[in-house]
Design a binder for this molecule. Sequence first.
Ligand code: ASP
Length: 328
Amino acid sequence: MIFQDKYEHWLMRYFHLVFFVLISLGANTMDKPIAIVLHGGAGWFANLSDDQQSAIKDKMKEAMDAGYSILASGGASSDAVIASITILEDSPLFNAGKGSVFTSEATQEMDASIMRGDDHAAGAVASVSVVKNPIKLAKHIMENTPHVMFAGEGAEALAKSGGLEIVDPDYFYSQEKFEALQRAQSKQHLKEDKLGTVGAVALDKFGNITAGTSTGGMTNKLPGRVGDSPIIGAGTWADNESCGVSATGHGEFFIRYNVSKEICDRVKYLGKSIRDASDQLISELKAIEADGGVIVLNKKGEAAMSFNTPAMARAYKGPDQELVEIYR
Ligand code: ASP
């Protein structure tokens, strides 16, 4: 009896405290915004039939919804980014994973990266040809190695030992991308051939931003060429206090101007909004004839989608808005 009294007394004493802690923990995560923004490449998207436009938009929406549902059920932004980008990599509609473009030697070499905004952890992979989902390899590198970036055969060996899916190089072949290579080599490169890199930036209910990017690079690139997409700071950047960015465009410029980090630095150090910072930088790139665009997300769940080309496939789902667009 004495024991029970003591126990009840203890419970009474701390009940309010425990109740208060549980409620405030719940409230703390419940009212935090979640959001995801995606791109499917900046470019011309010219001469696309209505059906082709719908196919691109449907796939963007599928990828957006997959990422968002992970966030809505309390998942991490890194898992949301992987879910969304994997769907885009598995589609031949984009220039990443299955739909990757060809090098000048008619091979395919893929690049990808991911970065977490809470601790600046990052993983990147360059020039892989048999890894089905390069973005998953980037995350594997981030989470399971002391390194940030792997390339070529070493990266593929790591994918194999990590149990990631390996495919025959033929898996990535598509007639459409091969014809784009032939046009490029016969100097009939069409502007509409330049499109399709994919990226996602997500904010989870813990306030963590993750950004990721995946690409086959640029049609007719020299073998071994690496673009901005796997370069942390250029193609991908995430910092919880300023923003997360995934870029698409003419990679050489995006590397030289360190585009993704530069946008977040303008937010952080110059106090600019993500919209102003990204619009400004993307128009500075236009002035030096560098085509491309970015998607940006901050910890309030606000997004900016800036591009200096006629189109950028893009999708956003946030606290009270949803959109999927291709053209301006
Ligand atoms: N940025 C990519 C690269 O240069 C290409 C693209 O975004 O379209 O590899």
